[in-house]
Design a binder for this molecule. Structure first.
Ligand code: SF4
Length: 471
């Protein structure tokens, strides 16, 4: 992979005052974290505030620049950043900036249908392991082929939503009209081609907007176009090498892989930009009157392949729960840090109006375990205390086997989170999977341990029937 800067290269370019403003003990500690990209250079504020460090800062920014540049568009809290990738393979470090999902909307819709689609896009959400899975932005397509209609729709869109917008048309006049109308919202312009680069490049440069370079199926020409746009002063570039589905999907995956490999492994600066795919293109073959399910399935399949193979932004048409749910799950799993367990904070959690007579259960702080247990307790609708033991993000069975969940740890958690002050009984409900440490837990904690269900789906019945109170 492209060589990422190490702490010894970073350290000499820091102020070296060990002032701790960044929250680290000294500059070396900051340099070590910077090399792992777990802190941001901006956290070292002296670098930005004191003129004497200006030259060092410029050198540092270049030294730590990711092989794939980061491009941000939209404004405010909803602005989306794509790219910024450091590695080809997730296990080499981790992936940053999850693939952004943009859903299309046509400028030819009537006012009611337009507003409804915006609402539907914004409201698509699903709670998964404590995360609120959502879509990221709206791709306005110039179906009308009329610049004024397109500009009007762009204006309407910014009235209706503060989400990031992509303006989609291959006609420079359309892009110019819409960019003039909403440039302050920093939309992503789609797209400059080999035929239109000069006109579209000027629009992007004039407004300081990020721009997609689109050359289907020819990576050399795409690289050349990116180079030309950069020479025009456009630095926020996104590459679209074209998206084919079905029999062409293999070719598309090859193109995306070559581009990402060249940027991250061969350090090819010319194409070190985020990649955009258009699974929406499957709808070009759809004929009115056909059942849409197969086309939706094609779109999901194409999008899933592109998310896995380096697409930093996907443009989609389908807005069903069943189409976007697997894609958002896939994204969520791909973009978790492989070396960092998905964990929640340990502690004592109160469900409902738990009182001193309410049952006390315990579980581990592995996020999937915690949220499953949380959901089952809520389903049981019984006021309950849940003690979340720190097992470094391991599930119950693995934590018991790996000695991350021990009787002493449970006893310590009871003390640390003041459980004895919250309840007037001393009965602890253990996960069924931790049954084998229940005897030791009684000895360590002085509590009576009742073994709960092996599968957390049994929790509602267990609590409702007050089984923990049985002899
Ligand atoms: S803020 Fe900068 S100068 Fe101060 S300790 Fe951190 S890295 Fe060093």
């Amino acid at each position: 992979m492209a060589k990422l800067a190490g702490p010894l290269e970073i350290y000499p370019l820091l102020p070296g005052t060990n002032c701790k403003v960044c929250g680290e003990a000294n500059c070396m500690a900051f340099a070590t974290k910077m090399a792992e990209y777990t802190v941001k250079l901006r956290d070292c504020t002296p670098l930005y505030e004191e003129e004497q460090y200006a030259k060092k800062r410029v050198k540092l920014e270049e030294l730590i620049r990711p092989p794939v540049r980061e491009v941000t568009f939209g404004t405010g809290e909803k602005a989306v950043s794509i790219g910024g990738k450091l590695v080809l393979y997730r296990h080499d470090l981790r992936y940053t900036n999850p693939t952004a999902f943009f859903i299309d909307i046509s400028d030819a819709l009537d006012a009611d249908a337009f507003a409804k689609r915006v609402r539907d896009i914004e409201e698509w959400t699903y709670v998964y392991i404590g995360q609120n899975l959502r879509l990221d932005g709206i791709a306005l397509r110039g179906v009308s082929k009329d610049p004024q209609t397109f500009a009007k729709a762009a204006k309407k869109l910014v009235e209706l939503t503060d989400w990031p917008i992509m303006l989609c048309s291959l006609d420079p006049k359309m892009l110019s009209a819409a960019a003039n109308a909403i440039a302050d919202k920093k939309p992503l312009l789609y797209a400059a081609t080999l035929d239109t680069w000069s006109e579209v490049g000027e629009i992007a440069a004039k407004h300081g907007l990020p721009l997609v370079a689109y050359v289907p199926g020819n990576l050399n020409d795409l690289a050349s176009l990116a180079n030309t746009l950069q020479a025009m002063g456009i630095h926020d570039i996104v590459l679209d090498p074209g998206t084919l589905s079905r029999s062409g999907l293999g070719t598309t995956i090859d193109c995306f892989t070559q581009l990402r490999r060249a940027a991250t492994v061969k350090d090819n600066d010319v194409i070190g930009y985020p990649l955009l795919s258009t699974p929406i293109s499957v709808w070009a073959d759809y004929r009115e009157g056909e059942a849409p399910e197969l086309t939706k399935w094609d779109e999901v399949l194409t999008a899933a392949s592109m998310i896995v193979r380096y697409s930093d932004i996907v443009v989609l048409h389908s807005l069903d729960m069943w189409t976007n749910l697997p894609l958002t799950f896939l994204r969520s799993n791909l973009y978790t840090d492989p070396v960092k367990p998905v964990a929640v904070e340990p502690g004592l959690v109160k469900f409902g109006d738990a009182t001193s007579d309410s049952p006390v259960m315990y579980t581990t702080n592995f996020a999937l375990t915690y949220f499953t247990v949380e959901s089952d307790i809520k389903q049981g609708n019984v006021d309950t205390w849940l003690l979340v033991v720190d097992t470094e993000g391991m599930s119950v069975q693995s934590a018991v086997a790996g000695r991350k969940l021990t009787a002493d740890k449970v006893a310590e958690a009871i003390q640390e989170y003041d459980v004895e002050e919250k309840v007037n009984h001393r009965i602890l409900i253990s996960p069924g999977m931790a049954a084998r440490i229940s005897g030791e837990t009684e000895e360590s904690s002085g509590w009576t341990v009742k073994v709960g269900p092996r599968d957390s789906s049994g929790i509602p019945k267990y609590l409702q029937e007050k089984k923990w109170q049985e002899e």
